[in-house]
Ligand binder design. Structure first.
Ligand code: 6PG
Length: 244
């Protein structure tokens, strides 16, 4: 596994570089007549990146018909709820671009979580080519990291961390009790490219530990991300990684 760290002055510069990297990745796939499968992260950090893609030159310059969007996790709320990752992405990006409806695979956060975890597992099985181990192998997964070191909706100490069979699971936010649907580590670690988007001072202590110790003994789900045959990238701003 290749590991790369990219450090930016601030989250705006981070988002700008990511938008360029995203366009290059789509162009490469489109040139080969293929589509790129992308799992999006939620929370706040990706919003600036989405907003840049929703503007020229990316809005018209990216061949959206070659992009297939999925979510790495979703909060179990309706799509018009402010907590919805889909809502954030739709407001910041999807409602501004000309992407085929069939290329956007939303997690139905409004449905019963257990049913939806099963249904979305099937959606991934049917729409994301499998790797050798039979699990979906995304071209690119975007992940955030919580101050507690969680990623997607895989939280420290949760039983979902040791899931080895299922593609999606139901998770619960340790503080709010909010139900989530999340992809699991067999899927995350099966991706060709995984990129963490991490900005802000609050993320510093956990990132510092991961950087210094960097092994699976840490209690942080983010440190358990190891895309075996792929690339692991950290897009960081200086507030999150002053020591880099
Ligand atoms: C979610 C996410 C979650 C997020 C982190 C970081 O649905 O909340 O997918 O894993 O990426 O909590 O969130 P911020 O970007 O808001 O710091």
């Amino acid at each position: 596994m290749e590991k790369k760290y990219y450090l930016f002055e601030d989250s705006t510069q981070l988002a700008a570089q990511l938008a360029l990297d995203f366009k290059n990745a789509v162009d490469e796939k489109a040139a080969a007549g293929e589509s790129i499968t992308v799992a999006l992260s939620g929370g706040h950090t990706p919003k600036a990146f989405f907003e840049i893609l929703a503007e020229p030159p990316y809005r018209e310059g990216i061949s959206w018909e070659n992009v297939v969007f999925f979510w790495g996790d979703e909060r179990c709320v309706p799509p018009d709820n402010d907590e919805s990752n889909y809502k954030m992405t739709n407001n910041a990006l999807l409602s501004h671009i000309n992407i085929p409806e069939g290329n956007v695979h939303r997690v139905l956060g409004e449905d019963p979580p257990t049913n939806e975890a099963l249904r979305y597992s099937k959606v991934l099985e049917e729409n994301v080519p499998a790797g050798n181990n039979g699990f979906p192998s995304f071209d690119w997964i975007f992940l955030g990291m919580g101050d507690d070191g969680h990623t997607a909706s895989l939280f420290p100490g949760a039983s979902t961390l040791s899931e080895t069979e299922r593609i999606c699971v139901v998770a619960e936010h340790p503080k709010t009790g909010q139900k989530r649907v999340s992809i699991t580590f067999p899927v995350i670690n099966n991706a060709k490219r995984v990129s963490f988007l991490v900005a802000g001072e609050a993320k510093q202590p956990v990132f510092k530990e991961i950087l210094e110790k960097g092994d699976k003994t840490l209690p942080y789900p983010a440190s358990m991300v190891e895309p075996a045959g792929g690339i692991l990238e950290w897009y960081l701003d200086k507030a999150a990684a002053p020591e880099l």
